[in-house]
Ligand binder design. Structure first.
Ligand code: FAD
Length: 407
């Protein structure tokens, strides 16, 4: 066993953890990240939103990501059998970044992890947090296992960015069942027979299959694409056969996939994640804060995951800085309420999607340009812009609009 002492321990080296660590390091703290897996490692969550660029910028990551040559994302299309509704982030209501990237997360997360190491942050891969003990003053001792070795990390503060691992929610019994119905996702990366870099073809598409089953296409710079099917578990897994056979049936079933991906090569065997929506009882406690997926996940439909992960990672880092500098921090108001208010806007949009209201709005005959721009800003991740009625009055604005367009 070894003993180690740091100011802040960050659990997990996904985007939430590396953004938090980079900001804390910049603010002068001795930070350590422990990461369970060896990088590069696969994780789903490939379509970013423009709002996340603020957080990558605060962490000083923009140049590093830019140099890696990821596919730029300028908008997204929603399509049903008959109509296409294209959202272009350059035509939106809120001020701010109007583009972002669509990325393979194994490489993306690895680049950010190596960048923080380059800056002098200690990052231990293949190191798993197995136990945590808190002292009354909020300081803690975390047990980390790497192969047969155990280290005890003494920290003044813990930022839990462990994603689907949800380390502190598990150890401190903070998990809450999600109020959203259980849904399933089935996805893989594919290489089409015909590789194209046509601008139109590089646009992300969300395809409506039925009201509660939809698919995604996320093209990458290297010519491969991520494709996925999401919806009720029975609906998504309706086909028999091997995973590859099931995915080929989905490709044959949905014209927008069939046209591009018939006879494609599958880069890996299709995978499934079910029951990914999650919540916690509280987002912080004495000596710790939860960020990113460790504090919850809503739904993949609007690609909100990495944006919420980086927003919470960046904000947590600034508040931990204040706290360790001896300033008073109102965690309830400045962290919890802020993050939950953004999550709630996405939740309203997610519920409106699966109820069919949003689809009615997206595919209505004469969309109002101003309203479209306001909705576009939410889809770009600007869910804290209270000047936008679809943020400020999100619960009523969408259902009222759905009634108007269907009357
Ligand atoms: P992660 O990226 O999951 O990183 C957490 C890290 O913690 C991991 O590397 C893990 O190994 C490590 N860890 C876990 N346990 C331990 C432990 N005990 N000790 C040490 N380390 C540990 N989001 C988007 O933005 N866009 C999308 O298009 C999108 N699509 C999605 C599609 C589906 C089907 C699903 C289910 C999710 C999707 N998401 C999407 C959400 C996205 O996957 C997550 O929101 C995002 O990865 C969260 O980032 P994070 O940094 O919080 O966690």
């Amino acid at each position: 066993e070894t003993e180690e002492k740091v100011d802040v321990l960050v659990i997990g080296a996904g985007p939430s953890g590396t953004v938090a660590a980079a900001i804390l390091h910049k603010n002068g703290f001795n930070v350590k990240i422990v990461e369970k897996q060896k990088f590069p490692r696969f994780v789903i969550g490939e379509s970013l939103l423009p709002r996340s660029m603020y957080n990558f910028d605060k962490a000083g990551f923009i140049d590093t990501i830019e140099k890696a040559g990821f596919q730029k994302k300028y908008g997204a299309k929603f399509a049903d059998k008959y109509e296409v509704c294209d959202f272009d982030f350059s035509s939106q209501f809120s001020d701010g970044w109007t583009w972002t990237w669509q990325v393979k997360r194994d490489r993306f997360d690895h680049i950010l992890a190596e960048e923080v190491i380059k800056r002098g942050i200690a990052l231990d891969y293949e190191s798993e947090v197995t136990a945590v003990r808190f002292n009354e003053d909020g300081s803690s001792v975390t047990q980390v296992k790497k192969e047969n070795h155990t280290s005890n990390i003494h920290a003044r503060y813990i930022v839990d960015s462990s994603g689907y691992g949800r380390v502190l929610p598990r150890l401190l019994d903070l998990n809450e069942p999600s109020k959203l119905p259980e849904r399933s996702s089935f996805f893989c990366h594919v290489k089409p027979k015909e590789v194209t870099s046509d601008k139109e073809r590089m646009r992300i598409i969300i395809i409506v299959y039925t009201c509660d089953i939809w698919g995604w296409v996320i093209p990458f710079a290297d010519g491969t694409s991520s494709i996925g099917i999401v919806g009720s578990p029975d609906g998504v897994h309706r086909y028999k056969g091997t995973k590859e056979e099931q995915m080929r049936k989905w490709i044959a079933e949905i014209p927008a996939l069939q046209e591009r991906f018939t006879d494609c090569e599958m880069v890996f065997e299709p995978r499934t994640i079910t029951g990914y929506s999650s919540e916690v009882k509280k987002l912080y406690g004495n000596g710790y804060v939860l960020t990113g997926n460790a504090l919850g996940f809503v739904d993949p439909i609007f690609s909100s995951g990495v944006t919420l992960a980086t927003e919470s990672g960046a904000l947590a880092a600034e508040l931990v800085t204040d706290q360790l500098d001896g300033k008073a921090v109102d965690w309830e108001k400045d962290y919890s309420e802020y993050i939950i208010s953004g999550v709630d806007v996405f939740k309203t949009f997610v519920n409106a999607w699966y109820s069919g209201d949003l689809q009615k709005i997206f595919f209505s005959e004469s969309p109002n340009e101003k309203i479209k721009q306001q909705i576009c800003s939410v889809l770009a991740g600007y869910v804290w812009d209270n000047k936008n009625p679809f943020v400020k009055k999100h619960d009523r604005a969408l259902s009222n609009l759905a009634k108007i367009v269907s009357s």
